[in-house]
Design a protein around this ligand. Sequence first.
Ligand code: C2E
Ligand code: CA
Ligand code: CA
Length: 595
Amino acid sequence: MKTALAATATDFERSHESTYQHVFLMVEDNPADEALVKEMLSQAFDGKCHIVCVDRFEKITETLANGSFEVLILDMDLPDRSGVVNISELGLRFPDLPIVVLTGQDNFDVAVEALHNGAQDYLSKNDITPDMLSRSLYYARERKLIEQQLRHALEDSAYRNMQLEAQSKHDPLTGLPNRTYLHEAGNRVIFRAKRHKMSVALLFFDLNGFKKVNDSYGHLVGDELLKQLANRLEQEVRDSDLLARLGGDEFVVLTDLLHYDNEVYPLLTRLEQAFASPFVIEGSQLMMRTSIGVAFYPESDSLDLLLKNADFAMYEAKNATSSNVCFFTESMAEQFSRVHRIEQCLGKATSNAEFDVVFQPLLFTNNNSLSVEALVRWHSPELGSVPPDDFINLAERSPVINDITRLVVQKSATLLHHLNTLKKSIGTISINVCASQLEHPHFCDLFLHWLHEFRLPATKVCLELTERQIINKADDCKDQFDRLRREGITIALDDYGTGFSSLTHLLSLDIDLLKLDQFLIQQIDTQPRHQALVSGIVEMAKHMNIKVIAEGIEREEDLNVLTRIGVDGMQGFLIAKPLPLEDMVAFTQPHTLNV
Ligand code: C2E
Ligand code: CA
Ligand code: CA
């Protein structure tokens, strides 16, 4: 089978209707050459061809504009312009026009140059035949066609590559730039800021309670919410600022160069504007809030640091009650680096046996019985003694929290076994757990397994959980609490009075103990309102069969007031500080309060 390129001029002719006229444009200033070529072509095409001839380069454009030509036959040496540059210029202006160079100079180098500059063929006037000429014209057309197809294919693939590239830098859900895009564009902005000695702000924000929307309404609603939010944000953010979605409900705005940091205020106001009205999705109205963390270049001197610091500030904003915007500060930076170091050291604390457990006595006033609360201690070789308040919330986000609880169970069992050997009695041993642990569906099994492993009877265990932690997770906690209570474990609600002090939690969760936070207890003798509140809680709890314990008692005066009010249990430095295991064993004697 013949390929298109292997076809001959005869095939070329046959393939056309007998009435078909081939039309060529010839650029030739020599009338003798013009006549020669016309004659040859007439022979080759049986007279079925028409040749328009012009004698100047400048006439080509106009002639091409007024007619349609299969091939341009070009003499390179024209009176007004000569050289291969003619070819490249024509190629640029008429990219679809095949060009055959017909010249008097039979020079190989010029021929190659002509082809490089876009001609499809190069013929010498001195040795052409009609057949050779017609074949050359045919091949020129075919080559041009293939060239065009190749060009289109390349353009298509370049376009597809551009599309792929664009997709890889945009978030498919909202169409906003993604993290990759932010990194590229962000580094450029920072580079400019450095050169102009100016500032840049990075605003990091997310939707408060977005997880709850996903959990309650499903992911489709969550996605729609994100899309609507992205639309609103796009309206509020100027074109010169960069809005990106990092993933989930996390968004970032990186500003253009700022002269002063406070130029960011209008943007903050506009961002908050995006949350001013409810989002309407499938007939539901969702009112959303945001928390925004802000960090500035040059204080945070790379994009990574801007992101990290603004993210940190956003978490501070979430914890703050006064404002939903938080600016990253120097002291926050120090705190942040300490948090970072703690996180790093925590990873190896379990395997290095750096954790220990101490026990703080807890006295029940009606029968003078003694219980204890087990509290973890961390002695880090690098950081020294780290208070639990500084690391528990970090441990909570990793498996370390379970290592801690397991150790606390183990040490509590050791304490109980020591006391049993010495025939000393004790009420319950309180073990603190985090709500994030209870969220895990198998936590109960794990915890009961540890009790079994270390032979600690469930009836000797009280689980303490702070109200602050329970807030969004009351449902998760309830099922687990019920299961643990059925095993005989006592449940205490810790730090009551610091958070929402919700009565609903008291109603919905079956709890046995309420631990009043030190904040309500300390200096209570001088605070009539605290006294009134504590009396009210004690009265209410009595009717609900819940025992009330006062924590953080440091002064006799406080102890006296609390005894008068009638709290059930007392805990604090006045009674005893948290003690190492051996000291706790020694401390365990029948105790009476000397009030
Ligand atoms: P918490 O459960 O409220 O524990 C009582 C905290 O108050 C303990 O601090 C204790 O040392 C301190 N305290 C007791 N009496 C007094 C007093 O009279 N005055 C003052 N100023 N403080 C007193 P600690 O040991 O630093 O623990 C802090 C928090 O860390 C605990 O608060 C608890 O929420 C958490 N935590 C401690 N150990 C564990 C643990 O093993 N697991 C978990 N999940 N959390 C723990
Ligand atoms: Ca506690
Ligand atoms: Ca507490």
